[in-house]
Design a protein around this ligand. Structure first.
Ligand SMILES: Nc1nc2c(c(=O)[nH]1)N[C@H]1C(S)=C(S)[C@@H](COP(=O)(O)O)O[C@H]1N2
Ligand SMILES: [Mo]
Length: 416
Protein backbone atom coordinates (compact mmCIF):
# COMPACT_ATOMS: atom_id res chain seq x y z
CA UNK A 1 0.00 0.00 0.00
CA UNK A 2 1.34 3.36 -0.95
CA UNK A 3 2.37 5.39 2.00
CA UNK A 4 0.28 8.45 2.43
CA UNK A 5 2.19 11.63 2.98
CA UNK A 6 1.56 13.34 6.26
CA UNK A 7 -0.44 16.35 5.45
CA UNK A 8 -2.79 18.44 7.45
CA UNK A 9 -1.92 20.37 10.53
CA UNK A 10 1.37 21.63 11.84
CA UNK A 11 1.62 20.72 15.51
CA UNK A 12 4.48 22.24 17.51
CA UNK A 13 6.17 23.03 14.24
CA UNK A 14 5.92 19.51 12.80
CA UNK A 15 3.62 18.36 10.02
CA UNK A 16 1.04 15.99 11.44
CA UNK A 17 -2.04 14.09 10.38
CA UNK A 18 -5.26 16.07 10.23
CA UNK A 19 -6.58 16.48 13.75
CA UNK A 20 -10.27 16.38 14.68
CA UNK A 21 -11.80 19.79 15.16
CA UNK A 22 -14.32 21.23 17.55
CA UNK A 23 -17.46 22.27 15.66
CA UNK A 24 -17.73 25.64 17.28
CA UNK A 25 -19.89 28.74 17.21
CA UNK A 26 -18.67 32.14 18.26
CA UNK A 27 -20.38 35.25 19.49
CA UNK A 28 -19.94 38.69 17.95
CA UNK A 29 -16.66 39.11 19.85
CA UNK A 30 -15.15 35.90 18.52
CA UNK A 31 -15.63 33.99 21.77
CA UNK A 32 -16.72 30.35 21.56
CA UNK A 33 -20.17 29.96 23.07
CA UNK A 34 -21.43 26.65 21.65
CA UNK A 35 -19.58 23.64 20.32
CA UNK A 36 -20.11 20.06 19.28
CA UNK A 37 -17.44 17.45 20.04
CA UNK A 38 -16.09 15.36 17.15
CA UNK A 39 -16.61 12.15 19.13
CA UNK A 40 -16.69 9.97 16.02
CA UNK A 41 -13.13 10.95 15.17
CA UNK A 42 -11.58 10.48 18.60
CA UNK A 43 -9.70 7.58 20.18
CA UNK A 44 -9.43 6.46 23.79
CA UNK A 45 -11.75 7.30 26.65
CA UNK A 46 -11.17 10.93 27.57
CA UNK A 47 -12.21 13.79 25.29
CA UNK A 48 -9.44 16.37 25.04
CA UNK A 49 -10.61 19.57 26.71
CA UNK A 50 -10.17 21.53 23.48
CA UNK A 51 -12.59 19.13 21.80
CA UNK A 52 -15.23 18.92 24.54
CA UNK A 53 -18.74 20.12 23.77
CA UNK A 54 -20.11 23.43 25.03
CA UNK A 55 -23.68 24.51 25.43
CA UNK A 56 -25.54 27.06 27.52
CA UNK A 57 -29.15 27.75 28.34
CA UNK A 58 -28.80 31.40 29.30
CA UNK A 59 -26.32 34.16 28.43
CA UNK A 60 -22.68 33.22 28.81
CA UNK A 61 -21.49 35.08 31.92
CA UNK A 62 -18.35 37.18 32.13
CA UNK A 63 -15.48 35.28 33.79
CA UNK A 64 -14.90 35.73 37.52
CA UNK A 65 -11.36 35.52 38.85
CA UNK A 66 -11.07 32.75 41.47
CA UNK A 67 -9.65 35.29 43.96
CA UNK A 68 -12.87 37.30 43.68
CA UNK A 69 -15.10 34.29 44.09
CA UNK A 70 -16.76 32.51 47.02
CA UNK A 71 -19.25 29.69 47.23
CA UNK A 72 -22.01 30.23 49.76
CA UNK A 73 -23.75 27.30 51.39
CA UNK A 74 -26.93 28.01 53.27
CA UNK A 75 -30.55 27.02 53.81
CA UNK A 76 -31.33 23.97 55.94
CA UNK A 77 -27.88 23.69 57.55
CA UNK A 78 -26.49 24.32 61.04
CA UNK A 79 -23.48 26.38 59.89
CA UNK A 80 -23.91 28.44 56.75
CA UNK A 81 -20.53 28.67 55.00
CA UNK A 82 -18.63 30.90 52.62
CA UNK A 83 -15.85 28.91 50.99
CA UNK A 84 -13.07 30.12 48.74
CA UNK A 85 -11.38 27.86 46.22
CA UNK A 86 -8.50 27.52 48.67
CA UNK A 87 -10.91 26.45 51.41
CA UNK A 88 -12.38 23.81 49.11
CA UNK A 89 -8.91 22.52 48.26
CA UNK A 90 -8.18 21.93 51.96
CA UNK A 91 -10.90 19.26 52.03
CA UNK A 92 -10.26 15.63 51.02
CA UNK A 93 -10.55 15.66 47.24
CA UNK A 94 -11.74 13.21 44.66
CA UNK A 95 -11.33 12.59 40.92
CA UNK A 96 -14.15 11.14 38.82
CA UNK A 97 -14.10 10.09 35.17
CA UNK A 98 -17.46 10.43 33.49
CA UNK A 99 -19.40 11.02 30.30
CA UNK A 100 -21.28 14.31 30.08
CA UNK A 101 -24.17 14.03 27.65
CA UNK A 102 -26.59 16.85 26.98
CA UNK A 103 -30.20 15.71 27.32
CA UNK A 104 -30.80 16.91 23.75
CA UNK A 105 -27.93 15.03 22.14
CA UNK A 106 -28.98 12.99 19.07
CA UNK A 107 -32.54 14.27 19.41
CA UNK A 108 -33.28 14.07 15.67
CA UNK A 109 -32.87 10.29 15.69
CA UNK A 110 -36.22 10.10 17.49
CA UNK A 111 -37.95 11.26 14.31
CA UNK A 112 -35.83 9.01 12.15
CA UNK A 113 -36.81 5.91 14.14
CA UNK A 114 -40.40 6.99 14.78
CA UNK A 115 -41.56 8.65 11.58
CA UNK A 116 -38.95 7.60 9.03
CA UNK A 117 -37.60 11.15 8.80
CA UNK A 118 -34.29 11.44 6.89
CA UNK A 119 -31.42 9.89 8.78
CA UNK A 120 -29.40 12.55 10.58
CA UNK A 121 -25.64 12.35 10.23
CA UNK A 122 -23.42 12.21 13.27
CA UNK A 123 -20.86 14.06 11.20
CA UNK A 124 -22.84 17.02 10.00
CA UNK A 125 -21.27 20.27 11.01
CA UNK A 126 -23.46 22.83 12.69
CA UNK A 127 -25.31 24.56 9.95
CA UNK A 128 -25.89 28.30 9.98
CA UNK A 129 -28.44 28.18 7.21
CA UNK A 130 -30.46 25.62 9.08
CA UNK A 131 -30.44 27.89 12.10
CA UNK A 132 -31.65 30.80 10.04
CA UNK A 133 -34.44 28.48 8.89
CA UNK A 134 -35.25 27.61 12.47
CA UNK A 135 -35.39 31.26 13.39
CA UNK A 136 -37.87 31.86 10.61
CA UNK A 137 -39.87 28.78 11.43
CA UNK A 138 -40.19 29.53 15.09
CA UNK A 139 -39.88 33.29 14.74
CA UNK A 140 -39.07 33.64 18.43
CA UNK A 141 -36.10 35.68 17.31
CA UNK A 142 -34.87 36.01 20.85
CA UNK A 143 -31.39 34.62 20.26
CA UNK A 144 -29.44 37.64 21.38
CA UNK A 145 -26.44 37.13 19.23
CA UNK A 146 -26.40 37.28 15.47
CA UNK A 147 -23.56 34.82 15.20
CA UNK A 148 -25.03 32.27 17.54
CA UNK A 149 -26.25 28.94 16.31
CA UNK A 150 -27.77 25.86 17.74
CA UNK A 151 -26.03 22.92 16.07
CA UNK A 152 -28.67 22.02 13.54
CA UNK A 153 -28.24 18.33 13.98
CA UNK A 154 -27.79 18.34 17.77
CA UNK A 155 -25.07 15.73 17.36
CA UNK A 156 -21.86 15.58 19.35
CA UNK A 157 -23.39 17.32 22.34
CA UNK A 158 -21.46 15.00 24.61
CA UNK A 159 -17.93 14.31 25.73
CA UNK A 160 -16.10 12.61 28.57
CA UNK A 161 -13.62 13.91 31.07
CA UNK A 162 -11.67 13.46 34.24
CA UNK A 163 -12.94 15.88 36.84
CA UNK A 164 -11.21 16.81 40.07
CA UNK A 165 -12.71 18.48 43.10
CA UNK A 166 -14.34 17.61 46.39
CA UNK A 167 -17.47 15.54 47.03
CA UNK A 168 -20.54 17.73 47.50
CA UNK A 169 -21.35 15.47 50.49
CA UNK A 170 -18.15 16.58 52.24
CA UNK A 171 -19.14 20.23 51.97
CA UNK A 172 -22.72 19.52 53.07
CA UNK A 173 -21.44 17.58 56.06
CA UNK A 174 -19.22 20.49 57.04
CA UNK A 175 -22.25 22.78 56.89
CA UNK A 176 -24.32 20.33 58.98
CA UNK A 177 -27.40 19.11 57.13
CA UNK A 178 -30.72 19.49 58.91
CA UNK A 179 -32.79 16.29 59.13
CA UNK A 180 -35.56 17.68 56.91
CA UNK A 181 -33.18 18.47 54.03
CA UNK A 182 -34.43 16.93 50.77
CA UNK A 183 -32.59 18.79 48.00
CA UNK A 184 -29.67 21.08 47.23
CA UNK A 185 -30.41 23.99 44.94
CA UNK A 186 -27.23 24.73 43.00
CA UNK A 187 -27.12 28.18 41.42
CA UNK A 188 -24.79 29.49 38.73
CA UNK A 189 -23.80 33.15 38.33
CA UNK A 190 -25.00 33.17 34.72
CA UNK A 191 -28.30 34.91 34.11
CA UNK A 192 -30.69 35.34 31.23
CA UNK A 193 -34.20 34.88 30.01
CA UNK A 194 -34.79 31.35 28.68
CA UNK A 195 -35.17 31.54 24.92
CA UNK A 196 -38.45 29.96 23.81
CA UNK A 197 -36.73 28.80 20.64
CA UNK A 198 -35.00 26.11 22.70
CA UNK A 199 -38.36 24.70 23.79
CA UNK A 200 -39.76 24.95 20.26
CA UNK A 201 -36.67 23.31 18.85
CA UNK A 202 -36.95 20.49 21.39
CA UNK A 203 -40.60 19.85 20.75
CA UNK A 204 -40.20 20.38 16.99
CA UNK A 205 -43.20 22.72 17.02
CA UNK A 206 -44.28 26.12 18.30
CA UNK A 207 -47.46 24.47 19.42
CA UNK A 208 -46.33 24.08 23.03
CA UNK A 209 -47.02 26.46 25.82
CA UNK A 210 -43.80 28.03 27.00
CA UNK A 211 -43.56 29.52 30.45
CA UNK A 212 -41.64 32.80 30.69
CA UNK A 213 -39.87 32.99 34.07
CA UNK A 214 -38.25 36.34 33.19
CA UNK A 215 -34.56 36.82 33.91
CA UNK A 216 -33.22 34.02 36.08
CA UNK A 217 -29.98 32.47 37.24
CA UNK A 218 -29.40 28.92 35.99
CA UNK A 219 -30.28 26.56 38.84
CA UNK A 220 -31.15 22.95 39.60
CA UNK A 221 -32.49 21.28 42.74
CA UNK A 222 -30.50 18.09 43.17
CA UNK A 223 -32.34 15.40 45.18
CA UNK A 224 -30.46 14.61 48.41
CA UNK A 225 -29.66 11.00 47.57
CA UNK A 226 -27.75 12.00 44.43
CA UNK A 227 -26.25 15.04 46.18
CA UNK A 228 -24.75 12.74 48.84
CA UNK A 229 -23.37 10.20 46.36
CA UNK A 230 -19.57 10.19 46.80
CA UNK A 231 -19.04 10.62 43.03
CA UNK A 232 -21.14 13.79 42.88
CA UNK A 233 -18.40 16.38 43.16
CA UNK A 234 -17.76 20.10 43.11
CA UNK A 235 -15.05 20.22 40.46
CA UNK A 236 -12.44 22.90 39.81
CA UNK A 237 -10.46 20.90 37.28
CA UNK A 238 -11.04 18.95 34.09
CA UNK A 239 -8.48 16.69 32.39
CA UNK A 240 -5.59 17.76 34.56
CA UNK A 241 -6.09 21.53 34.33
CA UNK A 242 -8.16 24.10 36.13
CA UNK A 243 -11.60 24.46 34.54
CA UNK A 244 -11.91 26.74 31.56
CA UNK A 245 -14.43 29.53 31.67
CA UNK A 246 -16.75 27.88 29.14
CA UNK A 247 -16.89 24.73 31.27
CA UNK A 248 -17.88 26.56 34.44
CA UNK A 249 -14.80 28.00 36.15
CA UNK A 250 -14.09 28.43 39.00
CA UNK A 251 -16.36 25.56 40.13
CA UNK A 252 -18.98 23.28 38.60
CA UNK A 253 -21.09 20.36 39.70
CA UNK A 254 -20.27 16.95 38.29
CA UNK A 255 -23.26 14.62 38.52
CA UNK A 256 -22.13 11.34 36.93
CA UNK A 257 -24.82 9.41 35.09
CA UNK A 258 -27.30 12.29 34.99
CA UNK A 259 -27.66 14.38 31.86
CA UNK A 260 -25.55 17.51 31.37
CA UNK A 261 -28.16 19.97 32.62
CA UNK A 262 -27.49 18.78 36.21
CA UNK A 263 -23.82 19.68 35.92
CA UNK A 264 -24.36 23.28 37.04
CA UNK A 265 -21.49 25.52 35.99
CA UNK A 266 -20.19 28.81 37.44
CA UNK A 267 -21.45 27.83 40.89
CA UNK A 268 -22.01 30.65 43.35
CA UNK A 269 -24.54 29.27 45.80
CA UNK A 270 -25.74 26.00 47.30
CA UNK A 271 -29.03 26.19 49.14
CA UNK A 272 -30.17 23.17 51.13
CA UNK A 273 -33.96 22.91 50.95
CA UNK A 274 -36.73 21.00 52.71
CA UNK A 275 -38.60 20.61 49.41
CA UNK A 276 -37.89 20.32 45.68
CA UNK A 277 -37.52 23.84 44.28
CA UNK A 278 -39.42 24.96 41.19
CA UNK A 279 -36.46 25.55 38.88
CA UNK A 280 -37.33 26.43 35.29
CA UNK A 281 -34.76 23.96 33.93
CA UNK A 282 -36.24 21.18 36.03
CA UNK A 283 -40.00 21.66 36.10
CA UNK A 284 -40.56 23.26 32.66
CA UNK A 285 -37.55 22.30 30.61
CA UNK A 286 -35.63 19.01 30.83
CA UNK A 287 -38.84 17.21 31.74
CA UNK A 288 -40.08 13.88 30.48
CA UNK A 289 -43.61 13.11 29.32
CA UNK A 290 -45.94 12.81 26.35
CA UNK A 291 -46.79 16.50 26.27
CA UNK A 292 -46.40 19.65 28.36
CA UNK A 293 -49.82 18.86 29.85
CA UNK A 294 -48.90 15.26 30.72
CA UNK A 295 -50.09 14.75 34.33
CA UNK A 296 -47.18 12.36 34.87
CA UNK A 297 -44.49 14.81 33.77
CA UNK A 298 -41.23 14.07 35.61
CA UNK A 299 -37.81 15.68 35.72
CA UNK A 300 -35.11 14.00 33.66
CA UNK A 301 -32.38 12.37 35.74
CA UNK A 302 -30.21 9.36 34.78
CA UNK A 303 -29.33 8.76 31.15
CA UNK A 304 -30.41 5.54 29.49
CA UNK A 305 -27.92 3.05 28.07
CA UNK A 306 -26.46 3.70 24.67
CA UNK A 307 -24.00 2.65 22.02
CA UNK A 308 -22.68 4.40 18.95
CA UNK A 309 -20.90 2.76 16.02
CA UNK A 310 -17.85 4.85 15.11
CA UNK A 311 -16.44 2.49 12.41
CA UNK A 312 -17.39 1.84 9.72
CA UNK A 313 -19.61 4.79 8.87
CA UNK A 314 -22.58 5.54 6.70
CA UNK A 315 -20.26 7.92 4.90
CA UNK A 316 -17.95 5.07 3.92
CA UNK A 317 -20.60 4.32 1.27
CA UNK A 318 -19.12 0.95 0.29
CA UNK A 319 -16.62 -1.55 1.60
CA UNK A 320 -14.81 -4.42 -0.11
CA UNK A 321 -15.58 -7.99 0.93
CA UNK A 322 -13.25 -9.25 3.63
CA UNK A 323 -12.81 -8.48 7.29
CA UNK A 324 -13.66 -5.16 8.85
CA UNK A 325 -13.47 -3.87 12.38
CA UNK A 326 -16.82 -2.66 13.66
CA UNK A 327 -15.96 -0.35 16.54
CA UNK A 328 -17.77 1.96 18.84
CA UNK A 329 -18.54 3.46 22.21
CA UNK A 330 -21.09 2.47 24.84
CA UNK A 331 -22.16 4.14 28.08
CA UNK A 332 -24.96 4.25 30.61
CA UNK A 333 -26.41 6.58 33.21
CA UNK A 334 -26.56 3.74 35.74
CA UNK A 335 -23.16 2.11 35.77
CA UNK A 336 -20.53 0.27 33.78
CA UNK A 337 -21.25 -1.37 30.44
CA UNK A 338 -21.62 -5.11 30.86
CA UNK A 339 -22.26 -6.23 27.31
CA UNK A 340 -22.43 -4.96 23.75
CA UNK A 341 -24.02 -7.07 21.03
CA UNK A 342 -23.66 -6.49 17.32
CA UNK A 343 -26.01 -7.52 14.53
CA UNK A 344 -24.96 -7.42 10.89
CA UNK A 345 -28.36 -8.51 9.59
CA UNK A 346 -30.48 -5.61 10.74
CA UNK A 347 -31.26 -7.11 14.15
CA UNK A 348 -32.27 -10.71 13.37
CA UNK A 349 -29.23 -12.25 15.03
CA UNK A 350 -26.82 -10.80 17.58
CA UNK A 351 -23.24 -11.64 18.60
CA UNK A 352 -21.26 -10.36 21.57
CA UNK A 353 -18.68 -7.71 20.81
CA UNK A 354 -15.39 -7.48 22.69
CA UNK A 355 -15.47 -4.79 25.37
CA UNK A 356 -12.14 -3.07 25.68
CA UNK A 357 -11.03 -2.29 29.23
CA UNK A 358 -11.25 -0.50 31.47
CA UNK A 359 -14.94 -0.59 32.16
CA UNK A 360 -15.57 2.23 34.59
CA UNK A 361 -18.83 3.06 36.25
CA UNK A 362 -19.47 6.47 34.73
CA UNK A 363 -17.26 6.41 31.69
CA UNK A 364 -17.95 5.02 28.28
CA UNK A 365 -16.27 1.84 27.12
CA UNK A 366 -14.86 1.09 23.72
CA UNK A 367 -15.96 -2.12 22.02
CA UNK A 368 -15.10 -3.90 18.80
CA UNK A 369 -16.31 -6.74 16.62
CA UNK A 370 -14.51 -8.37 13.72
CA UNK A 371 -16.93 -8.59 10.82
CA UNK A 372 -16.12 -11.16 8.16
CA UNK A 373 -18.24 -10.49 5.12
CA UNK A 374 -18.05 -12.55 1.90
CA UNK A 375 -21.36 -11.71 0.26
CA UNK A 376 -21.81 -8.46 -1.59
CA UNK A 377 -24.96 -6.66 -0.64
CA UNK A 378 -26.59 -4.03 1.49
CA UNK A 379 -26.08 -4.46 5.24
CA UNK A 380 -27.60 -2.84 8.31
CA UNK A 381 -25.27 -3.08 11.29
CA UNK A 382 -26.65 -2.49 14.75
CA UNK A 383 -25.15 -2.36 18.23
CA UNK A 384 -27.01 -2.86 21.49
CA UNK A 385 -25.54 -2.16 24.91
CA UNK A 386 -26.46 -3.52 28.35
CA UNK A 387 -25.23 -2.05 31.63
CA UNK A 388 -24.31 -3.66 34.94
CA UNK A 389 -27.84 -3.08 36.22
CA UNK A 390 -29.12 -5.27 33.38
CA UNK A 391 -30.67 -2.36 31.50
CA UNK A 392 -30.58 -2.91 27.74
CA UNK A 393 -30.74 -0.24 25.06
CA UNK A 394 -33.11 1.52 24.47
CA UNK A 395 -34.50 2.72 27.80
CA UNK A 396 -36.06 5.97 26.67
CA UNK A 397 -39.33 6.36 24.82
CA UNK A 398 -40.19 9.21 22.50
CA UNK A 399 -41.10 12.19 24.69
CA UNK A 400 -42.38 15.61 23.75
CA UNK A 401 -39.08 17.43 24.36
CA UNK A 402 -37.24 14.56 22.61
CA UNK A 403 -34.64 14.23 25.34
CA UNK A 404 -32.30 11.38 26.36
CA UNK A 405 -32.26 9.60 22.99
CA UNK A 406 -30.74 6.14 23.41
CA UNK A 407 -32.28 4.24 20.49
CA UNK A 408 -30.53 1.71 18.27
CA UNK A 409 -29.50 3.45 15.04
CA UNK A 410 -28.63 1.10 12.16
CA UNK A 411 -25.51 1.74 10.13
CA UNK A 412 -26.25 1.24 6.45
CA UNK A 413 -23.36 -0.06 4.43
CA UNK A 414 -22.85 -1.58 1.02
CA UNK A 415 -20.37 -4.38 0.46
CA UNK A 416 -19.16 -5.12 -3.02
N1 LIG B 1 -24.81 27.64 35.14
C1 LIG B 1 -25.12 26.85 34.10
N2 LIG B 1 -24.80 25.55 34.17
C2 LIG B 1 -25.08 24.72 33.16
C3 LIG B 1 -25.78 25.18 32.01
C4 LIG B 1 -26.11 26.55 31.96
O1 LIG B 1 -26.69 27.04 30.97
N3 LIG B 1 -25.76 27.35 33.01
N4 LIG B 1 -26.07 24.31 31.00
C5 LIG B 1 -26.15 22.90 31.37
C6 LIG B 1 -26.28 22.00 30.23
S1 LIG B 1 -27.81 21.91 29.50
C7 LIG B 1 -25.25 21.17 29.84
S2 LIG B 1 -25.50 19.99 28.65
C8 LIG B 1 -23.91 21.30 30.44
C9 LIG B 1 -22.87 21.58 29.38
O2 LIG B 1 -21.59 21.62 29.95
P1 LIG B 1 -20.33 22.02 29.08
O3 LIG B 1 -20.70 23.20 28.23
O4 LIG B 1 -19.22 22.28 30.02
O5 LIG B 1 -20.03 20.83 28.20
O6 LIG B 1 -23.84 22.33 31.41
C10 LIG B 1 -24.98 22.47 32.23
N5 LIG B 1 -24.71 23.43 33.25
MO1 LIG C 1 -27.82 20.20 27.95
Amino acid sequence: MARREIEGDFIMGWPDRKRPELHEAKDGQGRVVRAAAPIMDLQGLITPTDLSFITAQLDMPEPVHPDDWVLSIGGQVDNPLQLTLEDLQKLPGRTVRAVTECAGNDTDFFDYLKDGAPKPSRFSKPDREALAGLRDKFSAGALQDADLFIPSSMMGILSSGEFTGVPLATVLEKAGLNPDAVSVRAEGFDTGRPDPILQYRSAGTTDVEVVDPGIINYDKGLPMEKALHPDTILAWAQNGEYLRHVHGAPLRLVVPGWSGNWWVRWLQKLEVMDHMPDCYHQTHYFVYGDSAEDPDLVMLTALGVKSVITDPRDEDSSLPRGSHAVRGLAWSGCGAIERVEVSVDGGDTWTDAHIEGPREKWLWARWSYLWEVDEPGQYAIKARATDEEGRTQPQTKWNFQRKHFDGIVPLDIEVN
